[in-house]
Design a protein around this ligand. Sequence first.
Ligand code: ADP
Ligand code: ASP
Ligand code: MG
Length: 441
Amino acid sequence: MKYKNVLKFGGTSVGTARRVQTVAGLISRESPVVVVLSAMTGTTNALVEIANHLYRGERQDALAAIQRLEAAYAIVTGELYFENEIAQQAEEFLLATFAGLRSFVPGDFHPLQEKAIVATGEIISTHLMFYYLQEQEIPVTLLPALDFMRVDKDGEPDYFYIKQNLDRLLDEPDVAPLVITQGFICRDAAGEINNLKRGGSDYSAAIIGSVLGVDEIQIWTDVDGVRDNDPRYVPNTRPARLLSFDEAAELAYFGAKILHPSSILPAKRANIPVRLKNTLNPADEGTLVTAESPASDFKAVAAKDGITVIKIKSSNMLLAYGFVRKVFEVFETWKTPIDTIVTSEVAISLTIDDTSHLEQITAELERYGTIEIEHDLSIICVVGDFRPGRPGVVARVLQALGDIPPRVISYGASEHSVSLLVKRVEKRHALVALGEELFTK
Ligand code: ADP
Ligand code: ASP
Ligand code: MG
C-alpha cells in the first residue's frame, strides 16, 4: 500500500486521555498514513529519573518513581476507554509493562538497561492509542519500531536496513491503512535497544517518511508551527510560514526545540516537504518547509545554550600552513563536532557543545599555543537572507544587539544565517532585542 503521509505527534499532543482521543479522530480521517507517536508528556523525563536512581543504587527511590508513573497511567486508562474488555486489555498491558520496569530494580544496573527503560514511554503511548482505535472500530496496525528502526556503528540511521524491513513489514497481508509506530526508539548496530536522543521522534518521522517516499512529513505539536523567535523566552512571536530545508535545519540545530536538530536532513535528502502543525489548532496552516522558499531579510531567530568557546593563540600560525588542520585533527580524534569557527592570523576561536573530552582536547591543543576557555555561552542564530552584496542586513543584526557585546560573530559561511555568541545570562535579552528590531519594524 502507498502511504500518503507520515504524521508525528509529540508528547503534549498525546499528553492526556482527551488528547489521545483528539489525535485518534484526526489520524483516522487521514489514512493511508503512518503515525509516529512520542511518549506522553513527562514520561521520558520520569523514566530518565528512574534510570538515574538505579544508576546511583537508589532502589527505593526508583520503586517510588515507578509507582508514581503507574498511578498516572491508571488515571489515563480510567478516562480513555469506555468498553470494559478494551480497558482490561490496556490494564493488563500496563501491568506487564510496569512489572518489566520493576524487574530492573534488583541486581546490578547496566548502562544498556537505561535505554530499555527510557524506551518504555513510546511503547506505552502507542499501545494506549492502538487500544483506543480498536475500541472505536478503526482498523489499525501497530508496528514495533524496534523491528525496523536501526542506527549503524556511528549512530547514523541505517537507511538500507530500515527501508528493507519497513517495506517488508508494510507489505505483509492485513496491514491496515492506518499504521502506528513509536518515535525516538531504535536498535543499535549490535541489535540492542537505543534511541535517537531527546526529542528524537521528529527524526524517526523524517527517516520513515524519507524511506517510504511519502508526499509530506507532518510534525504535529503544541504551537502553530515554527515561530520567528523562541516562545519560551519571547512574548508575541509571529509565525514563520515558509522555510527552506536549510533555513529550518539551521533553526533546529541552533536551538528551535520544535524540531530535533537532525530531523530536516532525511527530508532534504529525499526532497519531501515537512509541515509543522498544531494539534490544538488544526485549522492553522502552520509552517511548510521545502527545498526553496521565498527569501526575506529576516525569517527567525533561535538560541542554543551550553556552548563552550576555545581560543588557541599562537604566533606560529603566522604565514604557516597546516596549522588549522592540526587543530581540527584534535577534535576529530575526540569525535567532538565544532559549531562555529573564526580565525585571525594569530588565533582561532571555535565553539563546541559536547565537553565530554574537553580535558583531553585542551591537553593536546596546548602543544600548538596558549589556550583560553570560556563556558556557559549561548549561540544565537539569525536566519534570513545573508547573501553577499546585501548592504545593511548584518548591520541591523548588530544594531539590534545594542549594548550586548557578542563574544564571537560568524558571518559569510552560510548565505542564510549569521551566528552570534553571547553570555547565556544575556540570551533572553538578546532574543527580545533581535525580535523587536528585526520582526516588528
Ligand atoms: P513535542 O513534544 O510536540 O515534540 P516540543 O516541546 O519538543 O514538542 O517542541 C515544541 C516546543 O518548541 C514549543 O512548545 C515551543 O516552546 C518550543 N520552541 C522553541 N523554539 C520555537 C520556535 N522557533 N517555534 C516554535 N516553537 C518553538
Ligand atoms: N519522548 C522522547 C523525549 O521526550 C522523544 C520525543 O519526545 O521526541 O525526548
Ligand atoms: Mg519534540
